[in-house]
Design a protein around this ligand. Structure first.
Ligand code: UT7
Length: 336
């Protein structure tokens, strides 16, 4: 960081999930599986799925409204919108532009989407930090939203059991009191193993160029390879994040990880030596909501009384790319 950087305040956080609940037992109507198989391998019991007019845009709008309300910052004072969306209903107009149009956010501020899958929120927070630190923008709306259920292959029982739909949002601003809510932040990627989680857009090439072949268009995942990679990299990475911030594990009140698989979360928990009280999990009720999962877990755990604000938390995510990242943040009173 440059020495005269402007610190960042996390002003508000919100989430939104669709109303329809699909349980593991419901999935047995689609393919040969069981509640026991899914729960024992992933920790998931049920997930939410969009229906009708719901999609990642409508969920993102609801989450953004809540985050704005909590932040006390008016929509018309937002200077930039950054959306993490890897499973949106359409590639363009960007989800960010659609949110801008609906929420009465000034028409000429920049709005754009990024693709960092389940690490999306940490990536958007890093981008926002740079813009705020430099003084270029002051109030930034971050939205992390995905409607995975519309992009999955519903005959693939390995990938489709994992995902759910949801959105999270965060409003960040220049800190007025000199305190930076980002104690440390770090993002990574390793494109050389990108093929282990993919989503290819549908499309046909021009028949004048070569034979017209249609590509399959749904999320494909080599679950075992993803599991192996994350279980190897993440626990050590999070431990190093704490050490590099000059902190000790006991300085952190909560671990709020991406909710992809309970066993991966437990591996990180074990490495840090954290009690169950310090580790936030809601994967049982929402499955893997990709980019939305960290803000959803944060706000929901505050609502449930598990996480107390006025505390310090590690947010960490990983996903397609492969990407991963983490932030140690201050959670001020009143943000959600
Ligand atoms: O944010 C994105 C990050 N993604 C992840 O974190 C995914 C991490 N990976 C995982 O969570 C696990 O790999 C899964 C839960 C997705 C799958 O578990 P697994 O133990 O790796 O299963 P597998 O795909 O290697 O399959 C093992 C067996 C196979 O049977 P055979 O070939 O051994 O007879 C599969 O056909 O389990 C079978 N199987 C199922 N059986 C019942 C796969 N899916 C199911 C299912 N129900 N849903």
């Amino acid at each position: 960081m440059i020495s005269n950087a402007i610190p960042l305040r996390i002003a508000g956080v919100g989430y939104s999930v669709p109303k329809t609940v699909i349980t593991n037992n419901d999935l047995t109507k689609l393919y040969d599986t069981s509640d026991e198989w899914i729960y024992s391998r992933t920790g998931i019991k049920e997930r939410r799925m969009v229906s009708g007019n719901e999609d990642a845009v409508s969920l993102g709008i609801e989450a953004a409204k809540k985050a704005l309300e909590k932040s006390g910052i008016k929509a018309e004072d937002i200077d930039m919108i950054i959306v993490a969306a890897s499973a949106p209903p359409q590639l363009y107009p960007a989800v960010g532009c659609q949110i801008q149009a609906t929420l009465n956010i000034p028409n000429e501020i920049p709005a754009f989407d990024i693709t960092a899958a389940c690490t999306g929120l940490i990536y958007t927070l890093t981008i926002a930090r740079g813009f705020i630190a430099s003084g270029m923008y002051k109030n930034i709306l971050l939205v992390a939203t995905d409607n995975n259920s519309r992009l999955l292959d519903w005959s693939d029982r390995s990938a489709s059991i994992l995902f759910g739909d949801g959105a999270g949002a965060m409003v960040v601003t220049a800190s007025e009191d000199g305190i930076d809510d980002i104690i440390s932040i770090d993002i990574r990627s390793n494109g050389s193993i990108g093929e282990i989680i993919q989503y290819n857009l549908a499309g046909k090439n021009c028949p004048l160029v070569e034979p017209n072949t249609e590509k399959p268009s749904f999320i494909t995942m080599n679950g075992k390879e993803v599991y192996r990679f994350v279980a190897r990299v993440l626990p050590e990475y999070v431990e190093k994040l704490v050490a590099d911030a000059g902190m000790k594990n006991e300085d952190i009140d909560y671990l709020i990880p991406h909710q992809a698989n309970l066993r991966i979360i437990q591996a990180v928990q074990e490495r840090l030596g954290y009690s169950d009280e310090k580790v936030v999990t809601n994967i049982e009720r929402f499955g893997n909501t990709s980019a939305a999962s960290i803000p959803l877990a944060l706000v929901e755990s505050v609502e449930q009384g598990k996480v107390k604000l006025g505390s310090t938390a590690i947010l960490t995510g990983f996903g397609a790319g492969m990407t991963w990242g983490g932030a140690i943040v201050r959670l001020r009173e009143g943000i959600c």
